[in-house]
Design a protein around this ligand. Structure first.
Ligand code: F6R
Length: 615
């Protein structure tokens, strides 16, 4: 996950920034760079690999100046190399930019800028930003800078956190945030200002911080900052005082880790996609999946084993892998697997899913598969965990540390990994034509931004929670690939609010669940567009006929379901295979706000542990 640090004041900026970047090393990176504004020019130093390489370069050729920006990069577009490392300069070397996020429309913008005569130095998507600014700033006065920059930035599709510096305007930095590609914290010192993607980078210098929201841009000089909306007008920001203790500091301005982790999803989904999409030949690259094409082609079956939330992710995986790679997939509770004499052998691959990588039942299921000579693979979040050490094929979630006991961001990152796995197997086994692969990659790259759009339902969901937090039961209904999302929605609510909740395939209601339905029961229905939409619509009508309180998740522009549902939450449509990742987000928020209203211990629910290392 890329890191961003900026400084303006009276100290040596390069030293402050390098120290800040060191505190972000835990996020992972493959290259780094710093730009310092000199008297009338900008100097940039970049290097591949660890920060000590950058530091050695800075010792050889020190950068002097009191304003600068620095970045640690984790490659998405273009290999980790010095020229792909940030900061990126424009053609005149007067503007410099660092960026977190993915410019989804960078190919079209790059072509447009090349046609206008711009020369690109890197293969990155980020470089289009600096040339776009060069183009749009031309001939503009400082007075119009914010509005022209806002115009330029709103041309970028996707979610972004950006710092901009220029020798044309040598007394201030610009920071902007669009969507949730990571935050930007602005910290105040005495005659100096700091900014960073993460609080720890600047915490030793300041505890007074403001946080940019999506759609905001700030002008930061050594005495303070001014914030504006990208659509126009100044914005007044609340200042937070960050406590010293490391736990509260890590939680930042969120009330709970779970809330923070829900909000971090766009950023970590971007990390999950990093380096894995090859647009040149429309392929997926799995860096630690060393099975031969022959072995993958010979596979007769895949068995997914997992517990809890990871198990529900596995159920979604069954739909994804079967559709993309046309291999039969079975999904087992890891705690049951070894006790049922499973039919598994060298023609099978086991896919263990575990956020912690330490769950004892999942480890035992892997052992069972190992004894039967199945191929061993795993989707894991924690590098170095036991599961990551014993499986041959690994697909990391890249969800970052998940502290809240209820899993949220690890779930959505796992769904992406399962999609990548299905795609990869499909590409190896020839079940995905090039055209379909290209279309799927185009959809996949839009995912982080759309999750960020879904998070804007926050206040609507909070209101719903205030209405229904006293209910004693909830029912969640879905069909097809959204049935496991219904299960996960119910699971989240149970875990943190202690309300009884059930997830059910909507077509099964008439076989029993209908008996539970009455006018007091909130029924959450997942009815976004897919080939089962009409079936879902008729299930919703049946629930409506029994007077239940219907809360429906629908695709934007839907009008039919609102005739029957008491509440409708509209979501973007990213195609039936990726919609589940969007659909789970409102269910996470609903569980969170209901638990909050009930005064529950959200991050550490009773009787539950984050890592289950006993049977
Ligand atoms: C749910 C939750 C648990 C875990 C389960 C498996 O929110 O956190 O149900 O999903 O204990 O844990 P991992 O994925 O670490 O194997």
């Amino acid at each position: 996950m890329c890191g961003i640090v900026g400084y303006i004041g009276f100290q040596n900026a390069a030293e402050v920034i390098l120290e800040g970047l060191r505190r972000l090393e835990y996020r992972g990176y493959d290259s780094a760079g710093i730009a310092i504004a000199g008297r009338d020019s900008i100097q940039v130093v970049r290097s591949v690999g660890k920060l000590q390489n950058l530091s050695a370069k800075l010792q050889e050729c020190p950068l002097m100046g009191n304003m600068g920006i620095g970045h640690t990069r984790w490659a998405t577009h273009g290999e980790p190399s010095e020229r792909n490392a940030h900061p990126h300069l424009d053609c005149t070397r007067q503007i410099v930019v660092i960026h977190n996020g993915i410019v989804e429309n960078y190919r079209a913008l790059k072509q447009e800028l090349i046609n206008q005569g711009h020369v690109f130095q890197s293969e990155t998507d980020s470089e289009v930003i600096v040339h776009l600014l060069e183009e749009m700033w031309r001939g503009q006065s400082e007075q119009d800078l914010i509005s022209v920059t806002a115009q330029a930035l709103t041309r970028l599709e996707g979610a972004h956190a950006i710092l901009i510096m220029s020798s044309l305007f040598p007394n201030f930095l610009l920071a902007a945030r669009l969507g949730n590609a990571g935050g930007i914290a602005i910290g105040r010192g005495e005659h100096e200002m700091y900014c960073a993607s993460d609080i720890p980078a600047i915490l030793p210098h300041t505890r007074e911080m403001v946080f940019l929201e999506t759609g905001e841009i700030a002008r930061i000089d050594s005495s303070g900052y001014q914030c504006f909306s990208l659509t126009g007008g100044p914005v007044t920001k609340e200042t937070f005082r960050i406590p010293w203790d490391p736990v509260s500091a890590a939680r930042g301005h969120y009330t709970h880790f779970m809330q923070k982790e829900i909000y971090e999803q766009p950023e970590f989904l971007t990390d999950t996609l990093r380096n894995r999409l090859n647009f040149e030949n429309s392929e997926i690259v799995l860096e630690q999946f060393p099975f031969s094409d022959q072995a993958l082609n010979a596979l007769e079956k895949i068995t997914i084993v997992a517990c809890g939330t990871s198990y529900y992710a596995g159920l979604v995986g069954k739909y994804l892998i079967e559709e993309l790679a046309r291999i039969p997939v079975e999904v087992d509770y890891a705690s049951e697997f070894r006790y049922r004499q499973p039919l598994i052998g060298p023609e099978s691959m086991i896919v263990a899913i575990s956020q912690s990588g330490e769950t004892v039942d999942t480890l035992a299921a892997i052992d069972e598969a190992r004894q039967k000579q199945a191929l061993l693979s795993a989707i894991v979040n924690v590098p170095g965990s036991q599961i990551s050490r014993i499986c041959t094929g690994l697909i990391f979630m890249h969800a970052g540390p998940e502290i809240g006991v209820a899993s949220t961001k690890a779930f959505s990152c796992t769904l992406v990994d399962l999609f990548l796995l299905g795609f990869y197997l499909g590409q190896k086994r020839g079940t995905l034509a090039q055209e379909r692969r290209t279309a799927l990659l185009e959809q996949l790259i839009r995912l982080p931004k759309l999750v960020s759009d879904v998070l804007e339902l926050d206040s609507a969901i909070k209101e719903l929670a205030a209405q229904y937090y006293e209910a004693s039961d909830f029912l969640y209904l879905g069909r097809g690939i959204n049935y496991p999302i219904a299960l996960e929605g119910a699971h989240k609510l149970k875990e943190i609010s202690y309300i009884h909740a059930e997830g059910c395939p909507a077509g099964e209601m008439k076989h029993g669940i209908n008996a539970l339905i009455d006018r007091h029961l909130p029924v959450v229905t997942i009815a976004t567009h897919d080939r089962l939409y009409h079936k879902m619509l008729s299930n919703i009508q049946q629930v409506h006929a029994r007077d239940a309180i219907i809360i429906a998740l629908v695709s934007q522009g839907e009008s039919e379901i609102s005739k029957f549902a008491r509440h409708v939450l509209e979501l973007p449509d990213l195609g039936h295979l990726l919609n589940p990742i969007l659909n789970v987000v409102p269910l996470q928020l609903l569980a969170y706000y209901i638990a909050l209203k009930r005064g529950c211990d959200i991050d550490q629910p009773r009787n539950l542990a984050k890592s289950v290392t006993v049977e």
